[in-house]
Design a protein around this ligand. Structure first.
Ligand code: UDP
Ligand code: MG
Length: 310
């Protein structure tokens, strides 16, 4: 029998541990039909409520329920990674505990895997029920990051993804410290099918993301998947040098024609603008080396092989 691992990151989700399990099992007929075993890995991300004891209770009833419990809150990205490490399944799916990722989509998603896709990703087609200001900034973020980064990061994409063992192993091979899953999924590649669904609102508990938290997370995404900001200095430097050059020519001609009424001023302006330009340019060059060092330090794999024939 093949095994499906379900990874559920939980941070203060005591109200959701049982409902999630029940909802998942309600949609579980396809497991038997397809000859699949299941393991449900709850990753407790340092909850301060009864999440852990709820999961233990569930484990008493059903051995297929497993738990990884962190010593403190390390953030959702760490929880996802821990889940991936623990998962033994031939297929792995990531789902939020709050049922915003409907388990009813699973049979359809498996259909695509059987068609030959390596991973099936989901995206919400709308952001119904979300504060408009949050939606606005989210949209801005996706537009910005897709312009700057070569890795495609899809607007509205959820972390809800079903993937094969091969894709899972590739994701595990990316052992960078600052993780941004949405980018990592895109970076590893493979054939991905997108499934769309209407946004589902959280029914129990409350969101763990503050506006500030999301803002920091979005910066994480930009810094992790593009070194474009490091090139800003070189760009400005070149622009400044050019500007200084034009200014120098202009001032020399003007001084020759009209003389130098405020003595020393023209040369001063020329020197300042030229040196600013050169400084920015040098900073940009440093930035280029820094970006290469940054990419080396991440130790990302050079490539992933999907198939090979000898
Ligand atoms: N989560 C987590 N660690 C955190 C924050 C959130 O494991 O530090 C989990 C949370 O329990 C939930 C999922 O990540 O299962 C998504 O969180 P949430 O529903 O608060 O985010 P939203 O759906 O509002 O984006
Ligand atoms: Mg949620």
């Amino acid at each position: 029998m093949e095994l499906l691992s379900v990874i559920v990151p939980c941070y203060n989700e005591e109200e959701n541990v049982f409902p999630f399990y029940e909802e998942l099992m309600k949609n579980g007929e396809f497991l038997d039909k397809r000859g699949l075993d299941i393991e449900i890995i709850y990753v407790n991300d340092g909850s301060k409520d009864a999440t852990v004891s709820r999961v233990k209770e569930l484990h008493e009833k059903d051995e297929r329920v497993k738990l990884v419990s962190f010593s403190r809150n390390f953030g959702k990205e760490s929880a996802i990674y821990a889940g991936f490490r623990k998962a033994k399944g031939d297929y792995v799916v990531m789902m939020d505990a709050d049922l915003q990722d409907p388990p009813s989509l699973l049979p359809e998603m498996f259909g695509y895997i059987d068609e030959g896709y390596d991973s099936v990703a989901t995206r919400r087609v709308n952001r119904k029920g979300e504060p408009p200001i949050r939606s606005f900034f989210a949209r801005m973020f996706y537009r910005l990051i897709n312009r700057m980064s070569k890795t495609e990061i899809v607007d509205g994409a959820r972390d809800y993804r079903l993937m094969t063992r091969q894709v899972t192993d590739s994701i595990l091979a990316m052992c960078e410290y600052n993780r941004f899953s949405k980018g990592i999924y895109g970076w590893v590649g493979y054939e991905t099918k997108w499934v769309e669904f209407e946004n589902v609102e959280r029914t129990r508990g409350e969101t763990k993301w503050s506006f500030w938290g999301l803002f920091k997370y979005s910066l994480e995404g930009i810094v992790a998947f593009t070194t474009a900001p490091l090139s800003i200095a070189s760009f400005m430097g070149v622009l400044f040098c050019f500007f200084a050059f034009v200014l120098i020519v202009f001032i020399i001609i003007r001084t020759c024609v009209f003389g130098d009424p405020t003595s020393g001023w023209p040369s001063l302006v020329c020197i300042i603008s030229l040196i600013s330009g050169v400084q920015l340019l040098c900073l940009g060059i440093m930035g280029q080396y820094l970006s290469r060092t940054y990419l080396e330090v991440k130790k990302r794999p050079l490539y992933f092989v999907k198939e090979e024939i000898d």
